[in-house]
Design a protein around this ligand. Sequence first.
Ligand SMILES: CC(C)(COP(=O)(O)OP(=O)(O)OC[C@H]1O[C@@H](n2cnc3c(N)ncnc32)[C@H](O)[C@@H]1OP(=O)(O)O)[C@@H](O)C(=O)NCCC(=O)NCCS
Length: 182
Amino acid sequence: MPKIIELSTERLCLRQWRASDTEAFAQMSSDPRVMEYLLGPIDTAASLVMQERLTQPIAKRGWGLWALELKETQQFIGFTGLHIPLPELPCSPCVEIGWRLAFEHWGKGYASEAARAALDFGFNTLQLDEIVSFTALPNLRSQAVMQKLGMQRDADTFMHPKVPEGHFLQEHCLYRLNKLHQ
Ligand SMILES: CC(C)(COP(=O)(O)OP(=O)(O)OC[C@H]1O[C@@H](n2cnc3c(N)ncnc32)[C@H](O)[C@@H]1OP(=O)(O)O)[C@@H](O)C(=O)NCCC(=O)NCCS
């Protein structure tokens, strides 16, 4: 079993998921504002399946899309971290950085604070040469985080293979950050 990596920032812990996160995660998964660019809200059962899918890679490799906990209140507020995406994506094989926060925690800099810790881990501990991020074209808030982190957008977009043909979220942009440019 690998050592489970947990990261710490000024205001946040990036940690393995817990059973006690389930309710708060289901709540954010059912929020149309959070899920606007992620094909819409999902129910409690689907949220639990997703929580399990996020927990497993951390258990297996030691790192992944960590649960975010506010140090001050020990509250679960969402997730941020590193992920190996689908092999059929044009950037694969690659390591992706991703984030999702409960709506009431937007606009406080938590996603970018957690992302900086995840990038530092990816480049300096995992010794990755490049970390990518991608999102649907209309998801400007997520792209703002990518830009803040110094990521550079590829000229080409791509159609996400899991989004239905013709859907307004199908076209995605890809951002990259190179180890030397972080
Ligand atoms: C994408 C998402 C994580 C971005 O969250 P966010 O809170 O906007 O991002 P950050 O953590 O970088 O915070 C930046 C904001 O915090 C503000 N802020 C407040 N205090 C701050 C601080 N101490 N440090 C930095 N920024 C701070 C910034 O001014 C900025 O606000 P603005 O966007 O109104 O200008 C969030 O919108 C989300 O969860 N969306 C739904 C899920 C999703 O789409 N995920 C991505 C899928 S690809």
